[in-house]
Ligand binder design. Structure first.
Ligand SMILES: [Zn+2]
Length: 418
């Protein structure tokens, strides 16, 4: 494979996409949450047409871009040879995505990196020791005032470059390759508007998340729990025997959760309860938790524990004062991926063919668009995109990581020939 061609392509693409502000919003109720995501959607739509993809389509109502590479010959037209790639266009609301000024540090030699001379913004090796993994590589960086948006524009650059490579190399046979670029991943969009009929491929891969060389076929099970407390507020001078302080009941509820089952005290496959927010006064209080666990049985136990806590408070203060609402967010995709194990074995094969001998399997401590897509009927494993320090001003991506990912995607497409 011509990796020097890939190098120029992924670099040019990453820089061009990074300059387009696509920050999504947690508070907007619009679809997409920010209209500026259309700026990149239109660019990608034009680009898919320019490289010669088929059935290129921009869903103007939902801001989803589609394109396809049809099977190269009749013998590869079957569903068993088809696969798709899904990457998200938005960047996280956590850091500014406006006026991003990407630049390239060639052949990083180790040590601190001055991102912005004028503002004296430095990425220190002591704070970001993973910089040491990239000595000799060419890093695309920010000017220290915005995020880079390699999450997930590095994923888009790899997918687009792999697609163009296949179109330029008709001698590489393949089945259907379907591509979709989606909005609002960073704000829990879960690719909900991806039209599976239009997408057509029966399995897919998201290309997202940090350092190169790992994949996730497993995510958390997730739900939100909202406890509402109705108190009785009266003048403190005459409160005896009458006042019921909702804020105090909220505090009592919060104290019932185990200390060692929180995000800050767990890792790996350990689940948790996380107190997201609390607001309250004597009259009314509300407490939000999120609940996470990879294991579905343990996850169900966690939800039961919350119901138990609410029940205890009902017994103590009266059922009419306590309301609990548990809302499912997403589920562990593993259940679905296990029905199509070839999605993982072929991916491992592709990693090895690209020279990544020991791809790492990570039980992801979060959810992906693939968690939701899997349960909608599109089993979707995640391949890491190769960036670092996402969602902040110190985000960067090595060009070499995007090149390697492009190779992985091409080997993956080839693995579906069998
Ligand atoms: Zn992402």
């Amino acid at each position: 494979m011509d990796t020097s061609w890939m190098y120029e392509q992924v670099k040019e693409r990453m820089i061009r996409y990074a300059k387009i502000d696509t920050q999504s919003s947690r508070v907007s109720e619009e679809t997409p949450t920010t209209a500026k995501q259309f700026d990149l959607a239109r660019e990608l739509y034009e680009e898919l047409r320019r490289i010669g993809a088929s059935e290129v389509f921009l869903d103007e109502a939902h801001c989803v871009v589609y394109g396809k590479l049809p099977a190269t010959d009749a013998s590869l037209e079957g569903k068993e040879h088809a696969l798709g790639f899904v990457t998200h266009m938005d960047t996280a609301p956590d850091a500014s995505g406006e006026n991003v000024k990407p630049w390239v540090l060639e052949q990083y030699q180790g040590g601190d990196i001055v991102l912005n001379e004028e503002l004296r913004i430095v990425m220190e090796e002591a704070v970001f020791p993973q910089l040491n993994n990239y000595i000799g590589q060419d890093l695309i960086l920010t000017d220290g005032t915005t995020l880079l948006g390699a999450d997930d524009k590095a994923g888009i650059a790899a997918v687009m470059t792999a697609a163009e490579y296949l179109l330029l190399h008709p001698e590489m046979p393949h089945g259907l390759v379907s591509i979709a670029f989606t909005p609002d991943e960073e704000v829990g969009g879960l690719a909900k508007d991806l039209d599976l009929q239009r997408f057509e491929a029966p399995v897919a891969y998201t290309v997202d998340c940090d350092w190169l060389g790992y994949y996730s076929d497993e995510t958390f099970n997730a739900s939100d729990a909202l406890l509402t407390v109705a108190g009785t507020s009266v003048h403190t001078g005459t409160a005896k025997g009458i006042m019921v302080n909702a804020a105090e009941i909220a505090a009592e509820y919060i104290a019932m959760f185990p200390e060692n089952e929180k995000p800050q005290t767990t890792e790996g496959r350990e689940g948790f309860y996380h107190l997201v927010a609390v607001e309250g006064d004597c009259e009314n209080a509300r407490v939000w938790h999120i609940v996470r666990d990879h294991d579905s049985a343990l996850f169900a136990q966690r939800e039961d524990f919350i119901r138990f806590c609410a029940e205890e408070l009902r017994k103590k203060y009266g059922a009419e004062r306590i309301a609990l609402e548990i809302r499912p967010t997403y589920r562990n995709m593993k259940e679905v991926i296990d029905t199509v194990p070839f999605t993982v074995t072929r991916l491992e094969e592709a990693f090895r063919a690209a020279g990544i001998e020991d791809p790492v399997r990570v039980a992801f401590r979060g959810g992906t668009d693939g968690s939701a897509l899997s349960f909608r009927g599109l089993p979707t494993v995640n391949i890491s995109a190769g960036y670092e320090n996402a969602h902040g001003r110190f985000e960067f991506v090595p060009v070499q990581a995007m090149v390697k990912n492009t190779e992985v995607l091409l080997h993956l497409v080839a693995a579906y020939k069998k």
